[in-house]
Ligand binder design. Structure first.
Ligand SMILES: Cc1ncc(COP(=O)(O)O)c(C=O)c1O
Length: 497
């Protein structure tokens, strides 16, 4: 009997284009002829289950028709039927009569992305997240300083869907100081940059809309695009940055509703988009009426160059106001605050605040007061943080040169990580093996706009201490010396690379 996903019963909207192509899936699977252990169908089903748990195959996408997958894998249809039966039995798939087989998450299993976030702290060195901690004395000091202000809020209801007025004013003033005149009405305080992005996409896009993203990009932004059922269209970011002609032609040909960019010390490549290129992106987006969502979360982490002015300051006078700028305290101060913001035309901010009411009513007053306090002291707090990051970046570079002589990278002018070229497509198995050796890290594929790519890359953040970074690189060298299983992608033709 067909298994039916109880969460999705009756909900078929927006799924027409959520089909995984047979060649795309085949490129992620091992060759059935060589699959071990036998029988091949069990092995293939387990591999597909792993890809679903890994998030490399999204949930609630339609798997290819059995005949097509059999042809792409060069195997029998009976094998693929058995694979799909097993996936349904084990909860990784469900079927609808006449509408194919869809991916699912079995009850009681946690997607690895989530499992990693939920994982209790252990002895592993965490290089999976590029987010520095806040020195304890700075936090304690800030808590003491905000106490009198907090008392002033205690007899108010404490709901501020737009954000605390003083914090909005401080953020607006920061934009103005950086060269983009801004009033508090153009600012919405959010629970982090990620929240700002999901709110913005929720207001400006509807299911099925096309969204231009960078490839690679910040994985949680890509995930938000997928979850909102938008259709990502990617433009490459390489070690040398953006190909603006490709950006212009993609905007012109696809006419996306929205484009999400990280022009300042791009995550994960570290690239900084030059001013002239920003102007060209702005003009191209103006021509197509595309909203630009510019993520400036990493702006202040300018290690070797002056911090860039806001992207929107490159708009010509009277030019399109269709830019939403996103910012955050997470990288310059502390992600634990969960404070971010967006800058947009005041009318858009009003609509987003309305949306936000239905979402979480507003952020915590305590966190916003802390953010206000830390922002006020940014000029004093930021330079030592940047100095520390430079030292950590140097320590990571030295350790890699010593232990991984075949790996290459470009020293980024800012940001929090090196985008390392491993010279061969081993990132996923290396990340798995590194976990065994006490290092949590993500392979390049985690940052890809679509599955099965960037296996030759690894993002290595330099947010840990020099000692921890050196130890982590040594442990990775041990993992590598132990030998790695070849990733399926390396064994099969790269149909979708
Ligand atoms: C480019 C980018 N945007 C947004 C975020 C998330 O920021 P927040 O913690 O403010 O939600 C990150 C965190 O890594 C990031 O790198």
């Amino acid at each position: 009997m067909d298994a039916v996903d109880p969460l999705r019963r009756g909900d078929r909207a927006g799924r027409a284009d959520r089909t995984l192509g047979s060649r795309q899936l085949a490129a992620m699977l091992p060759d059935p002829a060589g699959a071990r252990p036998r029988p091949a169908f069990r092995h293939l089903a387990r591999e597909i289950g792993t890809l679903i748990l890994d998030g490399r195959i999204a949930l609630h996408v339609r798997l290819p028709a059995e005949r097509e997958l059999a042809a792409a894998l060069n195997t029998s249809r009976a094998t693929v039927t058995a694979v799909y039966d097993l996936l349904r039995e084990s909860g990784y798939a469900y079927s609808r009569q006449g509408s194919g087989t869809w991916t699912a998450m079995p009850e009681g299993r946690t997607p690895r992305r989530l499992a990693r976030v939920l994982e209790a702290p252990d002895a592993a060195i965490d290089l999976a997240r590029a987010a520095p901690g806040l020195p304890e004395h700075v936090l304690v000091d800030a808590l003491v300083r905000i106490a009198p202000h907090l008392a002033g809020h205690a007899d108010t209801p404490g709901y501020h869907p737009y954000g605390l007025p003083d914090l909005r004013a401080a953020i607006a003033e920061r934009f103005t100081r950086r060269g983009l005149a801004t009033v508090p009405e153009q600012i919405l305080v959010t629970s982090g940059a990620q929240h700002a992005l999901t709110l913005t996409m929720g207001l400006l896009c509807g299911p099925g809309d096309r969204v231009m993203v960078e490839n690679p990009s910040y994985p949680n932004a890509l995930e938000a695009v997928r979850r909102a059922r938008l259709r990502p269209v990617s433009v490459p970011v390489t070690d040398t940055g953006w190909d603006i002609e490709v950006v212009e032609s993609t905007l012109g040909q696809v006419v996306p509703q929205l484009a999400y960019l990280i022009p300042d010390f791009h995550n994960p490549t570290g690239c900084l988009m030059p001013g002239a290129e920003r102007e060209r992106v702005l003009r191209a987006a103006e021509r197509t009426g595309t909203w630009l969502v510019v993520d400036e979360t990493l702006t202040d982490l300018a290690l070797d160059v002056p911090a860039p002015p806001p992207f929107a300051s490159h708009a010509r006078p009277g030019g399109s106001g269709q830019v939403v700028t996103i910012g955050s305290m997470s990288k310059t101060h502390w992600a634990g605050l969960r404070i971010g913001w967006l800058r947009a035309p005041a009318q858009v901010v009003t609509e987003l605040a309305g949306q936000r009411l239905a979402n979480d009513m507003g952020g915590s007053v305590v966190d916003q007061l802390l953010a206000l306090e830390l922002l006020a002291r940014a000029e004093e707090l930021l330079p030592p943080r940047l100095e520390q990051l430079r030292a950590q970046r140097a320590a990571l570079g030295e350790a890699l040169t010593e232990h991984m002589p075949r790996w290459t990278w470009r020293v980024p002018p800012g940001g929090l990580s090196l985008w390392v070229d491993l010279g061969e497509p081993i990132a996923s198995p290396l990340a798995e093996q590194a976990r065994e050796c006490g290092v949590r890290i993500e392979g390049g594929g985690h940052f890809g706009a679509y599955p099965g790519i960037l296996e030759q890359r690894m993002r290595i953040p330099y947010t840990a201490s020099p000692e921890a970074l050196r130890e982590a690189v040594q442990r990775m060298a041990t993992a590598l010396a132990g030998g790695l299983p070849l990733p399926p992608a390396a064994r099969r033709p790269r149909w979708i690379a």
